[in-house]
Design a protein around this ligand. Structure first.
Ligand code: B12
Ligand code: SF4
Length: 460
């Protein structure tokens, strides 16, 4: 009995692949982890469409498991139809399915809601015994002791810049208005520190990504983790809230344990815009000193920047751009506010009749899928593009690089790491936004995806 696990791709990601030559392509954890949860009586294989095109004719599992975030779900449904028409059983899981199981079940034989660790083996055994149910759901949050090790042997390490990643905690103690996390992980939980460290120890590569949503969600646990990680001499990256900067000790321990770069969701430089996000812990007035603390410890900060909040106006684009350059961020990831299904934001937009489309492929954070308050959708897209392009201009790169205190400890290895990461990230994004803006039709209406499709066709 054979299982084929699939991570599908969205059209936008083909563009990213082309423009940055795969600079930021860490391995995805979901399917190696689900493979590890597969009972031993099944053979299992993984297809990652982000890394290589799929040949559906060759995918011959008796059961096909597919994961998808919202913008990839159309592709997941398309694949599901191909396999089901051939008589293969399809089980869907992941963030979109967990948010809208009632929709997903129309395209699959079964759906897994939330964490699949125990539900997946149960569903497979039910299938084997001819009693597969349509919906599988956990009764309570899972304990994270003794998780199986992801099956990295099923991915080709050459295809990824960081071939093995780790998840040390699940969920986040916060609950932001636009975040989908609660649909997957009902509570914040941490793994035993020793267990995480043993997993990291076995990873042969020096570079590690922790795919946690907020690695300092429990600061005391995080301190223990950083202390135990330090002797391994790894260089690692993760995501955290800016609340980490409240503790100098935490930042210092993180730096000592090898933290090279952190993705932090500052989202906006306007306190007013942040008002409706339930993200009161982001204090705009502290950003400058907080980022300085990270920089002084040799930690690069890449921030999420979101455009389209109800309080945003046309002036917000310049204000955010200026703020991001002034505090010397290493990178920004620009997104257009997107009401993902199941979030409080989605419910509000739906109630206010402001959703423009439910074509999930547009829910990529590059498109406008709702009616903004103080600008047109077209202005929102243009503003978002403008910030991306300006932030990654050479002049901005030089200004931001010069603000970085990467020479803080005169450690040549760390200095080189910082320089390679800074210029690699910035030059690939420079290229992306340049190509993207060149291919944007200013007369084009709402959806950026049309631009991307056009770009995709012309740049082959
Ligand atoms: C790492 C990460 C990324 C990475 C890599 C993505 C990847 N595919 O691995 C990058 C940075 C590229 C990324 C990009 C995006 N991401 Co992302 N990302 C994450 C993050 C932080 C961790 C994912 C992860 O590896 N988890 C660890 C694995 C083990 O957990 P898991 O995937 O949730 O799987 C468990 C269950 O969901 C379930 N399960 C999942 N799939 C399946 C399938 C089957 C068959 C079964 C049985 C079970 C099952 O079982 C697993 C074990 O319990 C999540 C948040 C989160 N914690 O999940 C956001 C998250 C998935 N991302 C999100 C979004 C929106 C995006 C983007 C669209 C954002 C953007 N602006 O571009 C893009 C999409 C592109 C992409 N490639 O996926 C949202 C998804 C929301 C939604 N409704 O779809 C999340 C939930 C973040 C959030 N806070 O809302 N992301
Ligand atoms: S801090 Fe980040 S991960 Fe946590 S709820 Fe907010 S957006 Fe989601």
């Amino acid at each position: 009995m054979k299982i084929s696990l699939i991570q599908p791709i969205h059209a936008n990601y083909k563009i990213v692949r082309k423009s940055n030559g795969g600079f930021f392509k860490p391995a995805q954890l979901t399917m190696p982890y689900i493979a590890a949860c597969t009972p031993p009586e099944f053979d299992v294989e993984i297809y990652d469409e982000i890394a290589a095109p799929l040949d559906t004719d060759k995918i011959n599992g008796d059961v096909i498991g597919i994961t998808a975030v919202t913008p990839f779900i159309n592709r997941a449904y398309e694949l599901s139809k191909i396999f089901r028409d051939r008589g293969q059983t399809v089980i869907l899981g992941g963030p979109h399915v967990s948010s809208l199981p009632g929709e997903a079940i129309n395209f699959a034989d079964a759906v897994i809601i939330g964490e699949g660790d125990l539900l997946w083996p149960k569903a497979l055994r039910d299938w084997k015994n001819d009693r597969l149910k349509q919906i599988y759901r956990n009764k309570k949050p899972l304990p994270l002791e003794k998780l199986p090790r992801p099956r990295w042997d099923l991915l080709d390490p050459k295809k990824y810049i960081v071939p093995q990643v780790v998840q040390a905690s699940r969920g986040c103690p916060f609950s932001c208005d636009f975040c989908s996390l609660r649909n997957i992980y009902p509570t914040f939980r941490t793994r035993p520190v020793r267990d995480v460290v043993e997993e990291v120890e076995k990873i042969p590569n020096r570079h590690i990504v922790f795919w946690d949503d907020n690695i300092i969600g429990d600061p005391q646990w995080a301190k223990k983790l950083f202390i135990e990680l330090a002797p391994l001499k790894k260089r690692w990256y993760s995501q955290a809230t800016i609340t980490m900067a409240k503790s100098k000790e935490l930042v210092r321990l993180a730096a000592k344990s090898g933290l090279g770069g952190l993705f932090v969701g500052l989202e906006s430089f306007s306190s007013n815009s942040l008002k409706g996000t339930n993200k009161g812990f982001n204090k705009v007035e502290h950003y400058k000193k907080d980022i300085r603390l990270f920089r002084d410890n040799g930690i690069a900060v890449i921030s999420g920047m979101v455009f389209g909040f109800d309080e945003d106006t046309l002036d917000s684009f310049e204000a955010n751009l200026h703020g991001a350059i002034e505090i010397g961020l290493t990178g920004v990831s620009c997104s257009i506010l997107t009401p993902y299904p199941g979030t409080p934001l989605y419910k509000r937009m739906e109630k206010q009749g402001r959703l423009i489309t439910r074509d999930w492929s547009k829910y990529s954070s590059d498109d406008v899928v709702f009616t903004p308050k103080n600008m047109t959708p077209h202005q929102l897209i243009k503003g978002h593009n403008h910030v991306g392009k300006q932030f990654y201009l050479y002049s901005s790169m030089i200004k931001r690089y010069s603000k970085n205190h990467f020479f803080y400890n005169l450690n040549p290895r760390k200095m080189l790491d910082n320089a390679i990461e800074f210029w690699g990230l910035n030059l690939s994004n420079h290229r992306y936004f340049k190509l993207f803006n060149e291919n944007t039709d200013e007369e084009n209406p709402i959806f950026i995806s049309s631009t991307l499709d056009r770009f995709s066709q012309t740049s082959d």
